[in-house]
Design a protein around this ligand. Structure first.
Ligand SMILES: [Zn+2]
Length: 251
């Protein structure tokens, strides 16, 4: 009865393979939606500009910026300097409640290339922990302070699952004390596809400049959207059916 033994061995092999497949398949398996990471908005979608606000939250300027963004129904991205938390953690909730994206700008706002790799890990991981502790989703993106990077900064971001996001247009709001400089710096360069750097802890001139910048860009026909959030409408993957797995194993 050599044939029976052979058939029995093959059955056990298939059964064993199915067991291994069940262990390695993502959960929930078999025909249900995979809840893994969805594709993120890293570049502004066609026809849009991403407004980004660094260094906050700041209890004076952040609420004013939120009010302006709400007035025009614009969603933006806030790169948080987490040394300001937990004191200003309630502002994180206000930013989230308005539908904006909350991401990491590190903890101490230090120039990271001056640090050791383990110090960089500490800086970035601390910022992730404090953002989550403030009730926000784990950040997907990291903007290094001053835009300063080196190999260690890139590898730490990669290790912690963060995309590094810089900017393409600097509003110069940390330089100009008057709104005109901010308005001219931004409007001279900003177009669809740009990521605009602004700050919600710096010049009160931004309070006057921001509505003028937004209205001018709206007149040019561009829209605005948040970064580092799941791409809207992106279909989620579906796990293979049990019969599909069985046919693959049998074949
Ligand atoms: Zn900064």
């Amino acid at each position: 009865m050599a044939g029976d033994r052979s058939t029995g061995r093959r059955s056990r092999l298939i059964a064993g393979s199915v067991f291994v497949a069940l262990l390695v398949l993502p959960f929930p398996a078999f025909g249900q939606e995979i809840t893994g990471p969805a594709p993120l908005v890293i570049d502004p979608p066609p026809g849009t500009i991403a407004l980004t606000f660094d260094d906050g939250p700041f209890d004076v300027l952040t609420p004013l910026i939120l009010e302006i963004l709400d007035r025009y129904d614009i969603k933006a991205t806030f790169f948080i300097s987490t040394y300001r938390l937990p004191h200003n953690a309630d502002l994180i909730q206000e930013i989230l409640a308005d539908g904006h994206s909350v991401q990491s700008h590190g903890h101490h706002h230090d120039r990271l290339p001056n640090k050791t790799r383990s110090e960089i890990v500490e800086e970035v991981q601390t910022s992730i922990d404090l953002i989550e502790a403030a009730g926000a989703p784990r950040p997907s993106c990291f903007r290094p302070p001053y835009g300063a990077t080196n190999e260690d900064v890139f590898s730490v971001a990669d290790e912690l699952g963060l995309e590094i996001v810089l900017w393409t247009v600097n509003s110069a709001d940390t330089f100009y004390q008057e709104p005109d400089g901010i308005i001219e710096s931004t409007l001279a360069l900003a177009a669809a596809g740009d990521v605009v750097l602004m700050h919600d802890h710096w010049a009160s001139a931004l309070e006057i400049a921001l509505p003028i910048v937004i209205e001018s860009l709206l007149e040019r026909g561009v829209g605005f959207g948040p970064m580092c959030v799941p791409v809207p409408g992106e279909p989620k993957g579906v796990a293979p059916s049990l019969s599909r797995v069985m046919s693959l194993l049998a074949g």
